[in-house]
Design a protein around this ligand. Sequence first.
Ligand code: C5P
Length: 246
Amino acid sequence: MSVERVDTDSGAAAASNSRYVALVPAAGSGTRLGAGMPKQYQLLAGLPLIQHAVSTLAAHPQIERVYVVLAPNDSHFVSCDWGALGVKVSALYCGGDTRAASVRNGLAELSTQLSASDWVMVHDAARPCLTEADVDRLIQTLSASAVGGLLAVPVADTLKRATAEGLVLDTQSREHLWQAQTPQMFRYQRLVAALARADLATVTDEASAIEQSGFQPQLVLGSAMNLKVTYPADQTLAELILLRFN
Ligand code: C5P
């Protein structure tokens, strides 16, 4: 597990009254799932996929507000029934060409509402099985951190590097390898600065932008159940998890 760099400009003491907000990028088209509608709106265990994670975040007592980043032409979000939790949920119609651009645009919209040291928890709409316990663990582990971090799970399988033809080129050591998940939690100003500097074409999560800025995010043990729905088989698994545990 990585050791975070401790610095003095935004330490825990300076920000003990920092607020927590969630930012949910949901502006993707979800083409790998192979259905007509963006994957975040496909039904999963009876609800649009996006509603599961957004509801979990909005129901968390320490999260003040959940901002959902949507494609500028999104017409589905307003049709979802957010019920009583809706008062904590705000839509930002500023999604970009990549996930990182969507997050960067969403953060820019919040410049007058958040302080530099407020925590932003970025969570993929496509991870519907997030639990309150996952969020608790992230907050408890990172609230005194100067940098922030992310949920992740150690790699369990043997890893093969392949040729373009699908032949094994070599076997990679899985020692010290983790699979990054979301939420990823960083302080507002540091994340804005990191994404402003980062090469958005290569940044697939917030942690990698923070790493490019020279900081070491903390890995927080997550759960394999917090999977990302990308392919049809993920949809089946996620549905089974939601029906079993919700
Ligand atoms: O495509 P992928 O599954 O990696 O997307 C992860 C999350 O990022 C999804 O919730 C998706 O809606 C979001 N996303 C976005 N803007 C994009 C591409 C993806 O908000 N341009």
